[in-house]
Design a protein around this ligand. Structure first.
Ligand code: BDP
Length: 599
């Protein structure tokens, strides 16, 4: 799916701004066609999560539908154009109405969807746009939550005569199987855009290298008759041209896209047809696994970076370009070169920034929490496969051309231990599916949670073993000698598997400004010692080809006894101030090369 652009053939109209809004009152009936919104209308910002925009617990803890509305006018000048309404992300389930008529239903809160407005609106008219948004998560949504807001856990039991009574008293609420706040609403931009009637639907670029030359295999999906492709360099000079809907272009003495701190050189493919034009920035780089090495442009790459979140004060998970630019700056300041889009696809603008800045991305679907909170075999009991395939397809469709994306992560921490055979079948078939869809055939993985790794059959089948481990925090808490001992037993196991391994999460909650002479849990001194001890073990293992501390910054979560003002494992605070550990990593990573750190 192409990102919307304005050029001499296309126009983008921004529909972001202050919209009318109201929360459903809990009855969850059809609200769009009655006066409910008019009677309860409040102002809300788009894009943003609605949860933290009002000082009202109803917003913070809302469960179910919420409604947005605004009007927009289509300029008469667009009369002969094809019109499309594009939502970059509505979390999690959206119904879109134009002039009271349902025009689209979309499931999944982190990927874009579009509505062709042909036959629905006319140029020159003013339309009422309404969006109903449902934030409920269940065992069939991605991310996963416990069913129907009534589940009842552990400590809820204390002092309550019966489960039935507690369920009656307990407010209906989302029970996420994931550790980030379930921010909801129109989280990313809304735009109206136009194309000519005969237009460029999609462009696919597959780069490769032949000696000193770059090879670009391209496909243009269009009904247009003639297609011209010009490749321009950074200075705007044309370096190669081609004609036709698909073909191969050779760029002599090509400059490669290389990760930070090397040069992330980008070319532009200028695609013109008899009626349309689209300019796509791309990089020439290769990605390949060779034994226990992860090769970018044929050189062994070491992942220095983070698990992140899209999370910022006030905006929640709302698109925030200022935070994205700031985060890129901080990633480089710490000497990092990569991050994982834990635990869902991020806004497209972040990938374009990463392309330009040379930051490598492990691109993750929103499949987090599969199998948690249930004793049943999730792969056989719940209806997830079809939706999971849909999000993988849409993710690849959206992100396939970004040079920054070097690996797909199908999920975070699914259960692979309790039903190992079902898990193996599920993950290996999705692995084949993901490979089959990616025109660049990048490596594919999923991220494994602390488990009995000898029983788990699925993690070892991935191209790269990605594990989240909290030795010294959740287990063997505070005892770093024991933690390193246990970690090494596990690393001995993975060494026999013969694949590259990235530690995709490890970390310790840390209160900024809490200092101790002796490193105990939650102090800044402990966080530094924890990382230093564990990194020392990684340095002894050549097959550990990456370290992604959890997390880049503190982030918001559901309230609960484990979380005081959210998850505090950030190297930075939520407002992006460095803890001591950020300085520790800056020192470590600025002396670790991006290429060739491990043989
Ligand atoms: C991991 C999860 C991550 C959590 C982290 C933690 O992948 O989402 O935030 O634990 O508990 O298991 O801090």
């Amino acid at each position: 799916m192409l990102y919307p652009v304005t050029n001499e053939k296309r126009t983008v109209i921004d529909l972001n701004g202050v919209w009318g809004f109201c929360l459903d009152d809990g009855t969850n009936e059809e609200r769009i066609n009655n006066s409910f919104i008019a009677l309860n209308r409040e102002n809300i910002a788009v894009p943003a999560s609605y949860n933290d925009l009002k000082d009202d617990l109803r917003y913070r803890e809302h469960y179910g539908w919420a409604y947005y509305e605004r009007t927009f006018t289509i300029p008469e000048t667009l009369r002969s154009q094809r019109l499309v309404l594009r939502f970059d992300a509505v979390t999690h389930h959206a119904l879109v109405y134009i002039n009271g008529k349902l025009v689209k239903e979309h499931q999944g809160g982190f990927l874009p969807f579009e509505i062709s407005l042909d036959g629905i609106v006319t140029a020159g008219s003013t339309c009422l746009l309404q969006v109903a948004v449902d934030n409920r998560v269940s065992h069939s949504t991605l991310p996963v939550g416990n069913e129907d807001g009534t589940a009842f856990f552990g400590s809820d039991n204390a002092g309550v005569p019966s489960v039935e009574m507690a369920k009656k008293w307990r407010k209906k609420r989302n029970l996420p199987n994931f550790d980030f706040f379930n921010y909801a609403g129109i989280n990313r931009s809304v735009r109206l855009y136009s194309t000519p009637e005969k237009y460029i639907r999609d462009v696919t670029i597959v780069p490769s290298v032949d000696g000193a030359d770059g090879i670009v295999d391209y496909t243009v999906d269009t009904d247009c008759d003639s297609v011209f492709v010009a490749i321009t360099d950074r200075e705007g000079r044309t370096v190669a041209t081609a004609e036709g809907k698909e073909g191969r272009i050779r760029i002599e003495n090509a400059k490669l896209w290389n990760p930070y701190p090397e040069d992330p050189y980008l070319y532009t493919a200028v695609i013109k047809t008899e009626s349309d034009r689209y300019d796509l920035r791309f990089g020439i780089r290769t990605v390949r696994i060779d034994g226990r090495r992860f090769l970018i442009n044929g050189k062994p790459f070491f992942f220095k970076g983070f698990g992140k979140h899209e999370d910022s004060p006030v905006h929640g998970r709302g698109f925030d370009l200022a935070f994205d630019v700031k985060d890129m700056s901080l990633i480089k300041w710490m000497g990092a070169n990569s991050f994982r889009t834990s635990h869902y696809p991020y806004a497209e603008e972040m990938y374009s920034l990463a392309d330009e800045e040379g930051i490598v991305i492990i691109d993750e679907t929103p499949a987090v929490g599969i199998g948690a909170g249930t004793a049943q075999d999730p792969y056989k009991t719940f209806n997830i496969r079809k939706h999971h395939e849909d999000v993988i397809r849409d993710l690849i469709d959206r992100d396939k051309n970004h040079p920054s994306v070097v690996m797909w992560s199908m999920a975070n921490e699914p259960d692979t231990e309790h039903f190992p055979e079902s898990a193996e079948e599920y993950w290996t078939s999705l692995y084949d599916y993901t490979h089959s869809l990616d025109p660049q055939d990048r490596p594919v993985t999923f991220v494994c949670c602390q488990n009995n790794y000898e029983v788990d059959r699925a993690t070892r089948k991935m191209d790269v073993v990605c594990i989240n481990r909290y030795y010294g925090w959740y287990n063997l808490s505070g005892d770093m000698d024991a933690a390193c001992y246990a970690l090494n037993i596990e690393l001995d196991f993975w060494q026999t598997i013969g694949k590259p391994l990235i530690m995709t999460e490890y970390g310790a909650d840390t209160l900024p400004g809490f200092h101790l002479s002796q490193p105990e849990m939650f102090s800044e001194e402990f966080q530094v010692m924890y990382y230093d001890r564990i990194n020392t073990e990684f340095d002894k293992r050549d097959f550990v080809i990456g370290e992604h501390p959890w997390n880049f910054a503190d982030f918001n979560t559901i309230q609960g006894v484990y979380r005081a003002d959210g998850n505090r494992k950030g190297l930075l605070t939520r407002d992006r101030r460095p803890k001591m550990a950020a300085h520790y990593f800056r020192k470590r990573w600025t002396s670790i090369p991006t290429f060739g750190y491990k043989p």
